[in-house]
Ligand binder design. Structure first.
Ligand code: PXP
Length: 239
């Protein structure tokens, strides 16, 4: 059975929107773990738009399952990862203006920089995953430069506008998962997966873990709204 790593970046997005101390990603991680998450994912972006350095250091002390740090392959981030020592680093491409990670890494085009980053992280005994589009050539190159795991970018499938486009994108995911598994790479998958698109993955045994954030945090806001309003109504009644 595949695992679920919950990405809690958007808890931090809500906090940063107001500059408050809440909601705290540390509290969110505890709740996600209590609900059965197999790991917690945070992306420390260069622009610090959601997760902050303080979150990363505190989460390392509080996460009981597995800490997965998403980051760009920069010297600054490798320095932070070396201190934090997450259980897994997922290297992702990062552009300042993007709303979210837009595509997989160009492993072939950035092979020497990525290989250097993987070596530096391995020296610290940190396992490394590369976020890649479902493309055999990228996956083969990931294995050549000694990645431990690949995370297949599922965005093209999840964001597909019509069924034919979704079918094609999903067949690429199946092929990529099988290719990576044949190369003895760990296989994760994520980006854009929601409560509908997850159903399509039934039977795809090669996937070890799903990395899911936005849809879970969005649903939490709605399923939690009833209780949150009731609690405030009660407080006002008691005034
Ligand atoms: N995997 C990677 C590499 C990502 O960058 C993201 C988004 O931060 C996710 C998974 C989770 O995507 P989503 O928030 O759409 O579930």
């Amino acid at each position: 059975m595949a695992g679920l790593a919950v990405n809690i970046d958007h808890i931090a997005t809500l906090r940063q929107a107001r500059g408050t101390a809440y909601p705290d990603p540390v509290a969110a991680a505890v709740l996600a773990e209590l609900a059965g998450a197999d790991g917690i994912v945070v992306h420390l972006r260069e622009d610090r738009r959601h997760i902050q350095d303080r979150d990363v250091y505190l989460l390392r002390k509080t996460i009981m399952t597995k800490m997965i740090l998403e980051m760009a392959a920069t010297d600054e981030m490798i320095g932070i990862a070396s201190k934090v020592k997450p259980d897994l680093v997922t290297l992702v491409p990062e552009k300042r203006q993007e709303l979210t990670t837009e595509g997989g890494l160009d492993v072939m085009g950035n092979s020497s920089n990525l290989e250097k980053a993987i070596r530096a992280l391995h020296d610290r005994r940190i396992r490394v995953s590369l976020f890649v589009d479902p493309d055999d050539k990228q996956i083969e190159q990931a294995q050549k430069i000694k990645a431990d795991v690949i995370e297949i970018h599922t965005g093209a499938f999840c964001d597909a506008k019509d069924p034919a486009e979704a079918d094609k994108a999903f067949s690429d995911i199946i092929a990529a998962a099988k290719a990576a598994s044949d190369l003895n790479l760990g296989v994760n998958a994520g980006h854009g997966i929601c409560y509908q698109t997850i159903k399509r993955f039934a039977g795809l045994k090669e996937i070890d873990e799903f990395s899911i954030g936005h849809s879970i945090i969005s649903r939490a806001a709605l399923v939690g709204l009833d209780l949150a309003v009731r609690e405030m109504v009660q407080l006002i009644k008691e005034l």
